[in-house]
Design a protein around this ligand. Structure first.
Ligand code: ADP
Length: 242
């Protein structure tokens, strides 16, 4: 599904250049729920932006869903991104003037999906994240955790091959963070492949695989032992994060 080979990324600004990725190779299979973790500045977001076709490598090869996307131009990359990737940001990025339903529909408007079909898909996605009753509300009428669930609905409505999230719980309290991880786990059970950047060690025990990053390279790639499954825990018994 994702095959990245020997990826390098160098940022240039004026006479200064900085290499944020120093030869990263990575394979992600269908059905994984993988976290990318590591200290701030280690290159996690840089990697995620490249995997999500939001940015381009300086050097390397990237095969996404069987297609070599390493040397596509901006327009082609945008097309691939719209079809194949669902992206969830730390800051939700909802449009305040649109209703929740319209926010979820928006990428499908850009994707040229007919009105009736995009409405059906948006409603189905809102149902999956448990927010069907909030469809006519505006983003400022719901909590942070709910906003992130809307963002997840928006990301999955187009049926992407992979759902990517950059610090999706970074702006949330511990209970809302676990709600979001629970939504991810449920989606993953239904077959959605998920890749998530997180610097919060607490989040790792809910994932299946974790990649540790340091100084632009992967320093550890391991399966999560004793993974915790949130649907087995009633929300009132969610562990408290100190
Ligand atoms: P992380 O997500 O692990 O915190 P980043 O991928 O955001 O790390 O950043 C890795 C390094 O690349 C940092 O040192 C950062 O300063 C640098 N960097 C990130 N984006 C840019 C940019 N657009 N221009 C220059 N340097 C950048």
């Amino acid at each position: 599904m994702i095959e990245l080979e020997n990826a390098y990324k160098t940022y240039e600004s004026g006479s200064i250049s900085f290499t944020a990725l120093k030869g990263v190779s990575l394979k992600v299979e269908n059905g994984e729920f993988t976290g990318i973790t590591g200290p701030s500045g280690s290159g996690k977001s840089t990697l995620m932006n490249i995997l999500a076709c939001l940015d381009r490598m300086t050097q390397g090869k990237y095969i996404l869903d069987g297609k070599d996307v390493s040397s596509l131009n901006d327009k082609e990359l945008a097309g691939i991104r719209n079809k194949k990737i669902g992206f969830v940001f730390q800051t939700f990025n909802l449009l305040p003037r649109l209703t929740i339903l319209e926010n979820v529909e928006l990428p499908m408007v850009y994707g040229g999906i007919p009105r009736k079909e995009r409405r059906e898909r948006a409603l189905e996605a809102l149902d999956k994240v448990g927010l069907l009753n909030w469809q006519e509300h505006k983003p400022n009428e719901i909590s942070g955790g709910q906003k992130q669930r809307v963002a997840i609905a928006r990301a999955i409505a187009n049926d992407p091959v992979v759902l990517m999230a950059d610090e999706p719980t970074g702006n949330l309290d511990s209970k809302s963070s676990l709600d979001i991880l629970r939504v991810f786990q449920d989606l993953n059970d239904e077959g959605v492949t998920i890749l998530m950047v997180t610097h919060e060690p607490e989040n790792i025990k809910y994932l299946k695989r974790v990649l540790k990053f340091n100084d632009g390279v992967i320093v550890e790639d391991s399966k999560v032992e004793d993974r915790r499954v949130l649907k087995d825990i009633p929300p009132e018994e969610y562990p408290r994060v100190p």
